[in-house]
Design a protein around this ligand. Structure first.
Ligand code: PLP
Length: 367
């Protein structure tokens, strides 16, 4: 029954709308009268063809994706794209610039070094990844092929609220963004980007599928060593069916896209997300220092809210007691510790309200 479900604050794989999971369950054994499960049928059959086409067209509608962009459903996680992107957009001699605002951007930068001249043009590491730079302070590299950002740092809770313009935009340089942890959490002007990529397993589905949205004219120039599975042009030309795609994961993403459209689209979704995050940050900031969020206020993530307790000796107890009350997976990433509440699209307002009430109660019990 619905009451068996906890409030799951995991960073990913993460909570999904219960409605979507129940629909998937209902159709799991016999997909819409086909007599087969989605996981048993050919990816080239008419049923799956309908699934992937509908998922793509709903995603195009949600994000207003221009027609000159390809939408790809791939495997390998966002981590595979850390390599695929330089392989597709650069020759080994080409430069690419990286603004690193957290651990994920740093991983993307380090992987790209193997395939192009990757330049670290700004790093938030000295300030423990609590900031986004102001764009006019950044010295970009002339002739770079792309400028890479991680739009939302899942571990550090730092989110771009606006986007930089690549210095060589007129000469073909493009902005590339890892949107794994804020994909479809708010409207995005896709035309400002050359390429957007996101692992699905936070806001839009289960793990196993990675979505790439790429301006079509950028594809087709991959380095000769590029493995066929990392060549985005090959996937674009075969409509994500070059080889067997992650069928079940794509199907669930499709159900999530339908749900987001039913909610009124991403503007509505953003309003809900801003409200939820607002309540939580207010509780942290209003605690008189009992709870502390280190991230600069103007760039705090609407999706991942990291915080610490002034008395760090109480953190373990906080997390354990919350779990007993049905609020689970609140432990901060192993690299930073503390507490992290991931409040993706599917986290109900009631979950955040319950967490905030628990935080106040916990504080009152530990004067
Ligand atoms: N980028 C961001 C922002 C992430 O949060 C993650 C995973 O948590 C990744 C990349 C890596 O994704 P994957 O595990 O799908 O390779």
């Amino acid at each position: 029954s619905p009451s068996d479900r906890v409030f799951n604050f995991a960073a990913g794989p993460a909570t999904l709308p219960e409605k979507v999971i129940r629909k998937a369950q209902e159709e799991l054994v016999d997909y819409r009268g086909s007599g087969m499960s989605i996981m048993e049928m050919s990816h080239r059959g008419k049923e799956f063809d309908g699934v992937i086409k509908k998922a793509e067209s709903d995603l195009r509608e949600l994000l207003g994706i221009p027609s000159d962009y390809s939408v790809l459903f791939l495997q390998g996680g966002a981590t595979t794209q850390f390599a695929a992107i330089p392989l597709n957009l650069c020759s080994p001699e080409d430069s690419a610039d990286f603004i690193v605002t957290g651990s994920w951007g740093d991983k993307a930068y380090k992987e790209a070094q193997k395939y192009c001249k990757a330049n670290l043009i700004w790093s938030g590491k000295p300030e423990k990844y609590t900031k986004i730079p102001s764009f006019d302070q950044i010295q970009q590299t002339a002739g770079a092929r792309y400028l890479h950002i991680c739009a939302n740092e899942t571990i550090h809770g730092v989110e771009f609220k606006d986007y930089p313009i690549p210095a060589g935009a007129g000469a073909g340089e493009v902005l590339v963004a890892d949107m794994s942890s804020n994909f479809c959490s708010k409207p995005v002007d896709v035309s400002r980007f050359g390429l957007i990529y996101a692992g699905a397993q936070k806001n839009v589905g289960p793990s196993g599928v990675t979505i790439v949205i790429a301006r079509s004219d950028l594809l087709g120039k991959a380095q000769p060593i590029t493995p066929v599975m990392l060549d985005l042009k090959i996937h674009a030309d075969s409509a994500s069916l070059y080889n067997t795609p992650p069928c079940l994961a794509i199907y669930v993403c499709g159900l999530v896209f339908e749900d987001l459209l039913e909610q009124g689209g991403l503007k509505e979704v953003e309003k809900k997300n801003a409200h939820k995050a607002g309540i939580l940050y207010d509780a942290i900031d209003g605690s008189g220092g009992f709870y502390v969020c280190p991230v600069e206020e103007s760039v705090r993530s609407l999706m991942n809210v990291p915080f610490t307790l002034e008395r760090s000796d109480l953190e373990k107890k906080f997390i354990e007691e919350a779990a007993k009350e049905g609020m689970v997976q609140l432990k901060g990433h192993r690299s930073v510790g503390g507490v992290r509440a991931s409040i993706y699209n599917a986290m109900p307002l009631a979950g955040v309200e319950k967490l905030v009430a628990f935080m106040k109660d916990f504080q009152a019990r530990h004067p």
